[in-house]
Design a protein around this ligand. Structure first.
Ligand code: SIN
Length: 532
């Protein structure tokens, strides 16, 4: 079956919905989502949206905090524009009726989070901000078809132009979607790791799709590990315990009550996330359990209904005043290299939200900047597309040509083993030894052959595993190449930031000619570097 649209959006989080609702009404828009609108990472987001809204705050302070957290690896222009426009963007949503939390005067209530120098976090429903925003945006879509439970497995490219996407339903049906503009909004790669705050569908799909198609992928070594996921029975991570809990005064402690962040950083429990995660990791490596002591927070259950429900579901008794925690994969700063409105190096292919690397987050994202970035870039891309002449979908001249290659029966890694290997070797603490072992293991699955193969014959579950394999391989190569520590990338064998790496990006790009070896290219920009 074949469908045509002006804009096809793959993914259904905040960036996708903001784009769809801001597009011109005469454009035919289709959203393709692997699950449902109400089951994505955006919907589950507990944290808020950052904007310099208070009288003592200033976008310049937000800008400075974003660069400091990002360890100056950020695209400074993009950060300056976003932080400047954030107050009007959030106020605008509020005035349109988005149900953000307010104070007794009816004004936006502003909270604190790690590495922010001012109170500037806007929440909805206490700790249900993602749900509030997704429901608000989804309720305002008019000219958009939403197709759920479809896995996109191939981008169709003709002469460096993306002309559509191919998807597979769980029952095996295949559908082709042709469009002038194809937007990746598939989120990050949380499920590559055994401990993660991400929902099950977040498995690096957009990155693998884009890389196979010839797009540039960058900064894959920069992955944020959130310090506090609920640690269920000392075995598995069971969901996020928002940083806002520490923003309200909770402290990280050992079993016997010792505060572990004292003396580590002046901001203590609200230090940048990578430092907090690394500190917890060290304690756990030494056999100690770490908890969030919440005894100083009054009205915990009213303030944090989502965390309370999570704890109840997993039989954590909040009356004891402490929540067992473990750090886990939370956010990918890298992704498909994109500009200030989501354009990539392939015409007609765009990337927005977590799948994209717009450079805003640098080497480590500042808390509550991701919903903001999704809203901001979604709006920017809509503005750009609204000004771009579009062919009528009926006379779309693009021909549905496909290049298919024979699929030999290649091995696919076991999902559990892959996520454990990633956590151990490309996780919070990395080394040449671990990364080399991981790279060899991944290459044992003929990862390069997976770049050429048509995935049509695979089940949707196996397609997801192949995407994880490709994405894991990109992370591993980048982490191995970057011989310094910066933000979300910590190398125990190169534990310091190294000035010579400042401003350098590791960019992966394939030659998309069948039979030629993949390569990692030198970026043309002087500020980037090449690694292979
Ligand atoms: C959190 O609530 O801790 C997550 C917020 C974020 O990552 O921005």
């Amino acid at each position: 079956m074949v469908k045509r649209a002006d804009v096809v959006i793959i993914g259904s989080g905040v960036a996708a919905l903001q784009l769809a609702r801001k597009l011109r009404k005469d454009l035919k828009v289709i959203i393709l989502t692997k699950s449902t609108l109400h089951n994505g990472n955006s919907y589950m987001a507990q944290g808020g949206v950052a904007a310099a809204l208070s009288s003592v705050d200033d976008p310049k302070k937000h800008y400075k905090d974003t660069l400091e957290a990002g360890r100056y690896h950020n695209n400074v222009d993009a950060v300056a524009r976003m932080t400047k426009e954030a107050p009007a963007l959030i106020q605008g949503l509020f005035l349109e009726g988005c149900d953000f939390d307010t104070d007794e005067k009816g004004e936006l209530k502003l909270g604190m989070e790690g590495a922010h120098s001012e109170k500037r976090i806007v929440h909805g429903g206490g700790d249900a901000t993602g749900k509030v925003i997704v429901e608000f945006l989804a309720g305002r879509l008019h000219h958009t078809d939403i197709i759920e439970h479809i896995t996109v497995f191939e981008l169709m490219i003709e002469n460096n132009q993306c002309i559509g996407a191919r998807g597979k339903y769980r029952d095996g049906r295949i559908e082709d979607f042709y469009a002038e503009h194809v937007v990746l909004a598939t989120g990050g790669l949380g499920q590559l790791y055994s401990f993660t705050s991400s929902v099950e569908t977040v498995s690096g799909d957009g990155i693998a799709l884009a890389y196979r198609a010839g797009a540039e992928i960058t900064d894959m070594e920069f992955i944020q590990f959130h310090p506090t996921l609920l640690f269920k029975e000392g075995l598995e991570a069971a969901g996020l315990v928002s940083e806002a809990v520490r923003g309200e005064g909770a402290k990280l402690v050992t079993e016997d009550g010792r505060k572990i962040m004292d003396g580590v950083h002046p901001l203590k429990d609200l230090a940048p996330r990578h430092l907090v995660s690394q500190t917890i990791y060290d304690y756990m490596k030494n056999g100690q359990k770490v908890y969030l002591d919440i005894t100083s927070i009054s009205n915990f259950q009213q303030r944090f209904p989502t965390v309370t429900a999570l704890c109840r579901e997993h039989h954590v008794d909040l009356s004891l005043g402490k929540i067992p925690v473990v750090p886990g994969c939370h956010f990918l700063m890298g992704g498909v290299k994109s500009d200030h409105c989501g354009r990539t190096n392939i015409n007609g292919l765009y990337a927005i939200g977590e799948v994209a690397c717009s450079g805003i987050h640098g080497a480590n994202r500042l808390a509550s900047n991701s919903l903001l970035e999704g809203l901001y870039i979604g709006e920017k891309l809509a503005a750009w597309l609204n000004d771009t002449p579009v062919f009528s979908t009926d006379d779309n001249p693009l021909t549905p040509q496909r290049k298919l290659y024979f699929v030999p029966p290649l091995p696919i890694p076991d999902s559990h083993q892959l996520s454990q290997m990633m956590m151990d070797c490309a996780g919070i603490v990395r080394s040449e030894k671990g990364l080399t072992k991981l790279k060899k293991w991944l290459e044992g699955f003929q990862v390069e052959s997976w770049m050429e193969n048509d995935l049509e014959q695979l089940s949707t579950d196996d397609i997801q595993e192949v995407f994880k394999l490709i994405t894991a391989w990109l992370v591993t190569q980048s982490a191995l190449a970057r011989t310094e520590s910066r933000g979300g990338h910590f190398r125990v064998d190169f534990p310091e930031e190294n000035e010579t790496w400042l401003g350098n990006q590791i960019i992966h790009k394939r030659k998309v000619v069948k039979g030629e070896r993949d390569e990692q290219i030198k970026a043309s920009s002087a500020a980037s570097a090449v690694f292979s």
